[in-house]
Design a protein around this ligand. Sequence first.
Ligand code: COA
Length: 178
Amino acid sequence: MNHKALDKNNQNEVTELFTSVFTSSEGEEEGKLIGNLSLELSSNIDNEEIVCFGAYENGSLIGSIFFTRLRFNESILVYMLAPVAVSTNHQGKGVGQALISYGLNALKERSVAVAVTYGDPSFYSKVGFQALSANIIQAPLDLSMPEGWLGQSLTGEPIQAINGCPTCIEGFNDPAYW
Ligand SMILES: CC(C)(COP(=O)(O)OP(=O)(O)OC[C@H]1O[C@@H](n2cnc3c(N)ncnc32)[C@H](O)[C@@H]1OP(=O)(O)O)[C@@H](O)C(=O)NCCC(=O)NCCS
Protein backbone atom coordinates (compact mmCIF):
# COMPACT_ATOMS: atom_id res chain seq x y z
CA MET A 1 0.00 0.00 0.00
CA ASN A 2 1.21 3.52 -0.71
CA HIS A 3 -0.09 6.94 0.26
CA LYS A 4 -0.03 10.25 -1.58
CA ALA A 5 -1.56 13.71 -1.67
CA LEU A 6 -4.37 13.93 -4.25
CA ASP A 7 -5.49 16.82 -6.44
CA LYS A 8 -8.40 17.82 -8.67
CA ASN A 9 -7.36 15.23 -11.28
CA ASN A 10 -8.34 12.50 -8.80
CA GLN A 11 -11.89 13.86 -8.53
CA ASN A 12 -13.65 10.94 -10.26
CA GLU A 13 -11.98 8.11 -8.35
CA VAL A 14 -12.38 9.93 -5.02
CA THR A 15 -16.09 10.62 -5.62
CA GLU A 16 -16.71 7.01 -6.69
CA LEU A 17 -14.97 5.69 -3.60
CA PHE A 18 -16.93 7.86 -1.12
CA THR A 19 -20.24 7.23 -2.88
CA SER A 20 -19.84 3.45 -2.91
CA VAL A 21 -18.44 3.16 0.63
CA PHE A 22 -21.15 5.31 2.25
CA THR A 23 -23.92 3.71 0.15
CA SER A 24 -22.79 0.29 1.43
CA SER A 25 -22.35 1.34 5.06
CA GLU A 26 -25.13 3.91 5.56
CA GLY A 27 -27.61 3.43 2.70
CA GLU A 28 -28.43 5.16 -0.56
CA GLU A 29 -29.41 8.57 0.85
CA GLU A 30 -26.21 8.98 2.89
CA GLY A 31 -24.24 7.61 -0.09
CA LYS A 32 -25.63 10.45 -2.23
CA LEU A 33 -25.05 13.08 0.46
CA ILE A 34 -21.41 12.12 1.07
CA GLY A 35 -20.86 11.40 -2.64
CA ASN A 36 -21.95 14.98 -3.46
CA LEU A 37 -19.83 16.36 -0.63
CA SER A 38 -16.77 14.45 -1.87
CA LEU A 39 -17.40 15.70 -5.43
CA GLU A 40 -17.52 19.30 -4.20
CA LEU A 41 -14.45 18.86 -1.99
CA SER A 42 -12.37 16.98 -4.56
CA SER A 43 -13.10 19.48 -7.33
CA ASN A 44 -11.80 22.26 -5.05
CA ILE A 45 -8.64 20.66 -3.63
CA ASP A 46 -6.16 23.52 -3.31
CA ASN A 47 -3.81 22.16 -0.62
CA GLU A 48 -4.67 25.17 1.56
CA GLU A 49 -8.35 25.17 2.44
CA ILE A 50 -8.91 21.62 1.21
CA VAL A 51 -6.30 18.86 1.45
CA CYS A 52 -6.87 15.26 0.34
CA PHE A 53 -4.85 12.05 0.62
CA GLY A 54 -5.28 8.61 -0.90
CA ALA A 55 -4.19 5.06 -0.12
CA TYR A 56 -3.47 2.89 -3.16
CA GLU A 57 -3.09 -0.84 -3.56
CA ASN A 58 -2.08 -2.29 -6.94
CA GLY A 59 -2.85 1.06 -8.55
CA SER A 60 -6.41 1.27 -7.17
CA LEU A 61 -7.63 3.90 -4.72
CA ILE A 62 -8.73 1.95 -1.62
CA GLY A 63 -8.94 4.80 0.89
CA SER A 64 -9.24 8.56 0.92
CA ILE A 65 -9.38 11.34 3.50
CA PHE A 66 -10.08 15.07 3.49
CA PHE A 67 -8.80 17.75 5.82
CA THR A 68 -10.32 21.22 5.55
CA ARG A 69 -9.28 24.40 7.28
CA LEU A 70 -11.24 25.95 10.12
CA ARG A 71 -10.65 29.70 10.29
CA PHE A 72 -10.62 31.65 13.54
CA ASN A 73 -9.98 35.32 14.30
CA GLU A 74 -6.40 34.40 15.08
CA SER A 75 -4.11 32.86 12.47
CA ILE A 76 -3.65 29.45 14.18
CA LEU A 77 -3.69 26.49 11.77
CA VAL A 78 -6.56 24.12 12.60
CA TYR A 79 -7.82 21.46 10.17
CA MET A 80 -10.87 19.27 10.38
CA LEU A 81 -10.66 15.62 9.32
CA ALA A 82 -13.81 14.66 7.37
CA PRO A 83 -14.84 12.60 5.62
CA VAL A 84 -12.71 9.44 5.44
CA ALA A 85 -13.54 6.22 3.64
CA VAL A 86 -11.93 2.84 3.06
CA SER A 87 -13.31 0.65 0.28
CA THR A 88 -15.75 -1.88 1.67
CA ASN A 89 -13.64 -4.96 0.92
CA HIS A 90 -10.52 -3.44 2.50
CA GLN A 91 -12.08 -2.34 5.80
CA GLY A 92 -10.94 -3.68 9.16
CA LYS A 93 -7.33 -4.28 8.03
CA GLY A 94 -5.71 -1.13 9.37
CA VAL A 95 -6.01 0.87 6.12
CA GLY A 96 -8.11 3.62 7.74
CA GLN A 97 -5.84 4.10 10.74
CA ALA A 98 -2.73 4.11 8.54
CA LEU A 99 -4.29 6.71 6.20
CA ILE A 100 -5.33 8.95 9.10
CA SER A 101 -1.83 8.73 10.61
CA TYR A 102 -0.30 9.55 7.21
CA GLY A 103 -2.55 12.60 6.87
CA LEU A 104 -1.86 13.82 10.40
CA ASN A 105 1.89 13.51 9.84
CA ALA A 106 1.61 15.52 6.62
CA LEU A 107 -0.24 18.25 8.56
CA LYS A 108 2.45 18.22 11.27
CA GLU A 109 5.05 18.86 8.56
CA ARG A 110 3.05 21.96 7.57
CA SER A 111 3.10 23.20 11.18
CA VAL A 112 -0.62 22.64 11.71
CA ALA A 113 -1.36 23.09 15.42
CA VAL A 114 -4.57 21.11 15.90
CA ALA A 115 -6.65 18.50 14.08
CA VAL A 116 -10.33 18.17 14.94
CA THR A 117 -13.01 15.79 13.78
CA TYR A 118 -16.64 14.90 14.42
CA GLY A 119 -17.39 11.21 14.67
CA ASP A 120 -17.30 8.03 16.71
CA PRO A 121 -14.92 8.49 19.69
CA SER A 122 -14.32 4.73 19.91
CA PHE A 123 -12.78 4.73 16.42
CA TYR A 124 -11.01 8.10 16.41
CA SER A 125 -9.45 7.53 19.85
CA LYS A 126 -7.36 4.80 18.17
CA VAL A 127 -5.59 7.51 16.16
CA GLY A 128 -5.08 10.01 18.95
CA PHE A 129 -8.32 12.03 19.10
CA GLN A 130 -9.91 12.91 22.43
CA ALA A 131 -13.14 14.64 23.44
CA LEU A 132 -12.89 18.36 22.69
CA SER A 133 -14.78 20.84 24.86
CA ALA A 134 -16.45 23.81 23.19
CA ASN A 135 -14.63 25.87 25.86
CA ILE A 136 -11.39 24.96 24.09
CA ILE A 137 -12.42 24.92 20.43
CA GLN A 138 -15.95 25.52 19.18
CA ALA A 139 -17.48 23.71 16.25
CA PRO A 140 -18.50 25.88 13.29
CA LEU A 141 -22.19 24.85 13.51
CA ASP A 142 -24.43 23.49 16.30
CA LEU A 143 -23.67 19.82 17.02
CA SER A 144 -26.38 17.17 17.31
CA MET A 145 -23.85 14.89 19.09
CA PRO A 146 -21.44 17.11 21.07
CA GLU A 147 -19.69 13.97 22.41
CA GLY A 148 -18.49 13.33 18.83
CA TRP A 149 -16.51 16.61 18.71
CA LEU A 150 -12.88 15.48 19.01
CA GLY A 151 -9.43 16.96 18.71
CA GLN A 152 -5.71 16.36 19.02
CA SER A 153 -2.69 18.60 19.28
CA LEU A 154 -0.11 18.14 16.51
CA THR A 155 2.58 20.13 18.31
CA GLY A 156 3.26 17.94 21.35
CA GLU A 157 1.85 20.69 23.59
CA PRO A 158 -1.67 20.65 25.05
CA ILE A 159 -4.34 22.29 22.87
CA GLN A 160 -4.64 25.99 23.69
CA ALA A 161 -8.14 27.46 23.97
CA ILE A 162 -9.13 29.49 20.91
CA ASN A 163 -11.71 32.27 21.24
CA GLY A 164 -14.75 32.50 19.02
CA CYS A 165 -16.64 30.36 16.59
CA PRO A 166 -14.67 29.25 13.50
CA THR A 167 -15.87 29.27 9.93
CA CYS A 168 -15.63 26.10 7.88
CA ILE A 169 -15.36 25.79 4.12
CA GLU A 170 -18.56 26.31 2.16
CA GLY A 171 -19.18 22.58 1.57
CA PHE A 172 -19.65 21.90 5.29
CA ASN A 173 -21.86 24.91 5.91
CA ASP A 174 -24.97 22.73 6.11
CA PRO A 175 -26.65 21.52 9.34
CA ALA A 176 -27.15 18.09 7.68
CA TYR A 177 -23.53 17.22 8.43
CA TRP A 178 -23.61 18.31 12.07
C1 COA B 1 -14.33 4.06 9.40
C2 COA B 1 -13.30 3.55 8.38
C3 COA B 1 -12.68 4.74 7.64
C4 COA B 1 -12.19 2.82 9.17
O1 COA B 1 -11.25 2.31 8.27
P1 COA B 1 -10.78 0.78 8.41
O2 COA B 1 -9.65 0.56 7.49
O3 COA B 1 -11.97 -0.08 8.23
O4 COA B 1 -10.34 0.75 9.94
P2 COA B 1 -9.00 0.09 10.53
O5 COA B 1 -8.91 -1.30 10.03
O6 COA B 1 -7.85 0.98 10.35
O7 COA B 1 -9.38 0.11 12.08
C5 COA B 1 -10.28 -0.84 12.50
C6 COA B 1 -10.77 -0.49 13.86
O8 COA B 1 -11.70 0.57 13.80
C7 COA B 1 -12.97 0.14 14.26
N1 COA B 1 -13.94 0.67 13.33
C8 COA B 1 -13.96 0.55 12.01
N2 COA B 1 -15.03 1.21 11.50
C9 COA B 1 -15.66 1.77 12.54
C10 COA B 1 -16.82 2.55 12.67
N3 COA B 1 -17.57 2.95 11.61
N4 COA B 1 -17.20 2.94 13.90
C11 COA B 1 -16.45 2.56 14.98
N5 COA B 1 -15.36 1.82 14.92
C12 COA B 1 -14.97 1.41 13.72
C13 COA B 1 -12.96 -1.35 14.25
O9 COA B 1 -13.74 -1.84 15.31
C14 COA B 1 -11.50 -1.69 14.43
O10 COA B 1 -11.15 -1.78 15.79
P3 COA B 1 -10.15 -2.93 16.26
O11 COA B 1 -8.87 -2.71 15.50
O12 COA B 1 -10.02 -2.70 17.74
O13 COA B 1 -10.84 -4.19 15.91
C15 COA B 1 -13.91 2.55 7.37
O14 COA B 1 -14.37 1.41 8.05
C16 COA B 1 -15.03 3.16 6.54
O15 COA B 1 -14.78 3.71 5.49
N6 COA B 1 -16.28 3.02 7.01
C17 COA B 1 -17.44 3.52 6.31
C18 COA B 1 -17.42 5.04 6.20
C19 COA B 1 -17.28 5.71 7.55
O16 COA B 1 -17.97 5.37 8.52
N7 COA B 1 -16.38 6.73 7.63
C20 COA B 1 -16.09 7.41 8.88
C21 COA B 1 -16.96 8.55 9.09
S1 COA B 1 -16.51 9.92 8.07
